[in-house]
Design a protein around this ligand. Sequence first.
Ligand code: WT7
Length: 658
Amino acid sequence: MSTEQSQGPAIETMLLEQRRYQPDPAFVQQANAKAQIYQSDPDEFWTEEARRRVSWFQPFTQLKEWNAPFAKWYLGGRLNVCYNCIDRHVESGQGDKVAFHWEGEPADERVDITFADLQRRVVRFANGLKKLGVGKGTPVAIYMGMTPELPVAMLACTRLGAPHTVVFGGFSSDSLSSRMNDMGCEVLITQDEGWRRGKRVPLMQTSAEAMAASPGVRHAVVLRRTEAEVPMTEGRDVWWHDLCADVSDEPESCPCEPMDSEDVLFLMYTSGTTAKPKGIVHTTAGYLVGTATTHHYVFDIKPDTVYWCAADVGWITGHSYIVYGPLCNGTTSVLYEGTPDFPDKDRWWEIVERYRVSVLYTAPTAIRSHMKWGPEYARKHDLSSLKLLGSVGEPINPEAWVWYREHIGGDRTPVVDTWWQTETGMIMITPLPGVTTLKPGSATQPFPTVDAAVFSEKGEPVPPGGGGYLVLRQPWPAMLRGIHGDPERYQETYWSKYEGLYFVGDGARVDEEGDFWLLGRIDDVMNVAGHRISTIEVESALVDHQKVAEAAACGRNDPQTGQAVVAYVTLKGGQEGSPEMMQELRQHVARKIGKFAAPTNIVFTPELPKTRSGKIMRRLLRDVAEKRQLGDTTTLADPAVVEELSSRGRELAASEEA
Ligand code: WT7
C-alpha cells in the first residue's frame, strides 16, 4: 500500500469500506480537471465545452430546450460527427498521428491506422455505401467483430448522415432481425466470420438467417476476415472489397453531410422489463459534446495519451469511449479484436507493454477474471506506462478495485469507477482524477453539472447514509432523446415514477461526505458481465421451446460475472427434466438471444411459486438461487410449491458443488 492514503482497516464490506486514496500531488499538478470545475455554472460549462471540443459548420444559437421529458441541445447548430472525429484532425496537421493501434486476435496481425489512413478508409467505404443508395437518413445495421472496419463502418454512416445501429456480434439471428425490423434497416454491414478465443464466430451465416426474417434489408456488405466460405445471395450481398474496388478515397469525393444538432446519430438497443428491447435514440451534437468532454476530464487525456477501452464496440461503452469521444479528442487508442486469455492470460498485459498504454478502461467482470488467474500474468510485463485505470458496467467490489490498483496500476494510478448507462450516453457519476479522493467501491461524485440524487419510494430525497432510488434531476447533453417509435414507453419507463425526474432503475446510497455508492438494478433486469439482460427476455426464449410450459429467470450473484442467470422451468405434460434437456434449453436461449444470455443453471420444477393473482414470486426464486433461507411465503397460492422448490434448490446447490 502506498503512503499517500489515510488508511483505515481493510474491511471487506462495501458499507464499511474505509480506505481512502488522496490524489497524488504530482498528478494534481498536471490534471485536466481542477477543483473549481465543480463550481461551474451548467449553462456556461456546456456552452464553453461545445465550442472548445467540437467544430461547427454553423454555430448553435440556443444551448438547450427542456420540455420534460423531451430535451434538445445546441439548437440551430450544424455539424458532422465524422468531420469532428477525423477530417479536422487531418486538416490541422495530425494526419500522421495514430488513431488506432489495432491487433487481431491471431497474434501475428497488427496494424497502426493513422488519422489520414482512417480518413481514406472511411471515405472509400462511404463512397461504396452511396452506390447502395445509403444517404442522409438511411437506417443501417452493423453486425461485426472488433475489426478496424467496424469503426470505419460507423464513421462512414455518420459521414453520410445515415443513422446506424450496431448489434453486438454475440447476439443471435432473432435478436439481429428484430432490431433491424424495429429500426427499418435497409442495409446490413457484416463480415464472413469473427475471431473469439481462437474460435470462429459465424457472423455472415447468422446475418443470412436474420435477413430471411428482415425483408426490408436490401443489401448486405460483407467484410472478408477469416476467408471462410459463406452464403452470399446474388444481387443482395456484396463483398466489402468489391464494393470499394473502384471508388475514390479523396475526402472531396465524399464531403461530410452537415447535420442538425438534433438529427439522429444512432440507436442502441437495450433490455428493459418487457421482452422487446428498447431502441435508445442518441442524437448528434449533445452526444458528441458530452462524450468528448467526459472523456477529456475523466481519463485526463493528453496529446500523447495512449488510451485503451477494452470493451466491445457493439455496446454503448464502445460507441462513446472507443469511437466517438476519443476520436473527437484526436486520441490514440488501442483496438483489440479478441479475448484477454488468448493465446494466454497475459495477452492484455503484453498489449499494454507493446503500445505503452497510459489509460486502461475495463469492466469489473474482466478485473475479477484477472484476479482469479493471478497477478503473475501482469507481473511478466512492464506496465509502468499506465497512469490511470477505469472501471464500468456494474458495481466494483472494493477488493477488486484495490487489486486492480495494486497489481495493474502499480499502487500508483488513480482508479475511476464510472457510473452511467446506455440511456445516459456519457459518464454521469465518477471521480475526477487529480481532484477526487477515491474510495474503493464508490463511483464518488456526479460529473460537474450533473444533478443526481437518491430518492425514497415516496419521492423525497434520502438523507446521507440512507439507501434509495437513483434519480437525475436535470437534463444533460448526451441524454437519450427517446425510445425509437415508442414515446409512451419512454415516458412510462423513465419519467413516470417521479414527475419530471429521470428514473434510473438503480439503487444507490449517498454517504456522509456526499459520495455515491451504486447498489445494482432494482427492476427485473440482470447484469451479467456488465450487460443488461431482462429476465423476461430469457423467459420468453425458454417458453418458445416446444417442451416448455412455463419459465422464470432470475439473477444469482456470481463471483466472476457479477450475476449469472438461473432459470426455473416447468415442462409440458408433467415431464421430468434431465441434464440433456438442460443442455437443449441452454442452446435454445443461446440461439434466440445469444450465448451470453444462456442460463448457467436450470431448475426443473412441476410448479412455479405464484401469488394468488398469478404473479411469479421472483423474490423466492432468487432466494432459492442464492441458496438463502426463503423469505416471507404467506402470499403464495400453493405453499406446497415452496417445499418442492427448496428441495430442488438443495439439489441445485449439491450439483453445483459437485
Ligand atoms: C447499468 C447500465 C454504461 C456502460 C455499460 C453498461 C450498471 C454501469 C456502473 C458502475 C455500478 C454500474 C447500472 C446501470 N452500471 N456502470 N460504475 N457502478 N453500476 O451499460 O448495459 O446500459 O447498463 O449498468 O446498473 O444502470 P448498460
